[in-house]
Write a protein that binds this ligand. Structure first.
Ligand SMILES: *Cc1c(COP(=O)(O)O)cnc(C)c1O
Length: 412
């Protein structure tokens, strides 16, 4: 029996924010789980064991600390977006600037951890999927840094859409595997990467791109991303002498969101809000609002809220932001929703585009389309709140990758 009571909030390892741990079977409440496939189960067991040992090693923490400071450029600052706040009227909007990290997004935080783990386990290669190419670029970067081989599986539709990231991965020395099955997007890329991994279990490590998948990935990626929340809480207190009223992040699989939330998870007065892509509208089939419109189900070896088609298979989904375009969501978020420790809202493609332009024009910051969903929600609620209220938005990435797409959508 797995119950909510089994889930604890703890500091594991040290120097990071507390994270919500799954039970021994990989469940957060009723969500999550372990892979059943016997060979894969054995490989993931090795990864889990390695991870638990790694985070107890002082040398690992020293190396992470060095790389965060000198390679990634952490701590990423918190910025008070005064002109945007004034434009909205009402609450003050602050941004945690993950867009300023080397490679331009939060994904480098977990990629460094995953690659250090691969090295510890004596692997020579990392394999992963990518949607928008952000995880692929961050992993290829970390692999180049550590001298490991890197193989990235990517749907052919995404390859066309995200040409600059494809070039970056190739320049960094990664091998790109195009995936033409199904819709040719993220879900198929995950299947393809897992199949490739199965053939090289001894020499490679599967390095997932979000807090999704079977155990131990959701826990592991949460752990590496919790640096965002632990920094943000201390920085916000120092800057304002207060905690924010709400912390807000966009949700694809949920890694940048859980990273931020973990810093505030025991602060009951701080609302944790995840913002899903409502695409062309929640009443159309063209969205990826898993928590708002999904049901409890299974996808790719774990249980979570999921959008299903009429045959009970994961549904084709849509978002203007490729990085949010996934019919499932992290089990930890499914659990936080049901236990009301976090709240899940949505923003449409149009609201996202407005927020993208507003942040660019009022603050001189071009955000990723993914992050623009969180900005959009903050802009929507700010006018309903008093001037003293404070909203902290995770600006998960920068928008350079999106500029050609934007020019095709908006006449400037
Ligand atoms: C990948 C990505 C996301 C979505 O992934 P999460 O795991 O939900 O954080 C959000 N923002 C950016 C910039 C990304 O690259």
């Amino acid at each position: 029996m797995t119950t909510h009571q089994n889930n604890t909030t703890q500091n594991i390892g040290y120097a990071l924010a507390p994270i919500i741990l799954p039970d021994d079977n990989g469940f957060f409440g009723e969500f999550g789980g372990k892979i059943q496939h016997p060979e894969l189960a054995k490989a993931l067991q090795e990864i889990e064991q390695g991870f638990r040992e790694l985070i107890q090693e002082p040398e690992f923490h020293a190396e992470m600390q060095r790389l965060r400071q000198t390679f990634v450029g952490r701590p990423s600052p918190i910025y008070h977006a005064r002109r945007l706040s004034e434009h909205c009227g009402g609450a003050q909007i602050y941004l945690k600037r993950e867009d300023l990290n080397h490679t331009g997004a939060h994904k480098i935080n977990h990629c460094l951890g995953e690659v250090l783990l691969a090295k510890k386990l004596g692997k020579t290669k990392v394999i992963a999927e990518t949607g928008a190419g952000q995880h692929g670029v961050a992993l290829a970067t970390a692999a180049a840094l550590m001298g490991l081989k890197c193989e990235i599986h990517m749907g052919i539709v995404d390859i066309q859409k995200e040409a600059p990231n494809v070039s970056r991965m190739k320049i960094l020395g990664a091998k790109l595997v195009p995936v033409s099955e199904g819709a040719g997007t993220l879900k198929e890329a995950v299947d393809s990467a897992f199949n490739a991994y199965l053939k090289e279990l001894d020499t490679s490590l599967f390095a997932i791109g979000s807090v999704v998948g079977p155990a131990p990935y959701p826990e592991m990626v949460s752990y590496f991303q919790s640096i965002v929340g632990s920094e943000a809480r201390a920085q916000f207190l120092e800057m304002t002498n207060q905690l924010p009223d709400k912390v807000i992040a966009c949700i694809g699989g949920g890694s940048n969101a859980i990273g931020l939330f973990s810093g505030f998870i025991t602060d009951e007065n701080v609302d944790k809000v995840g913002v899903e892509p409502a695409g062309k509208g929640l009443d159309t089939p063209y969205h990826a609002a898993t928590m708002t419109k999904g049901v409890k189900g299974e996808i790719q070896g774990f249980k979570c809220y999921v959008l299903l088609d009429e045959n009970g298979n994961p549904a084709p989904v849509h978002s203007i932001a490729s990085g949010l375009d996934y019919p499932g969501v992290g089990p930890v978020h499914s659990y936080l929703k049901d236990t009301k420790q976090a709240f899940y809202e949505s923003a449409t493609d149009d609201e996202c585009l407005d927020a993208f332009m507003a942040l660019s024009r009022f603050e001189g910051i071009i955000p990723a389309l993914e992050s623009s969903h969180a900005v959009a929600y903050a802009m929507k609620i700010a006018p309903t709140l008093p001037k003293e209220a404070k909203l902290l938005v995770n600006l998960s990435g920068r928008g350079d990758k999106d500029i050609d797409f934007i020019l095709s959508k908006i006449e400037l």
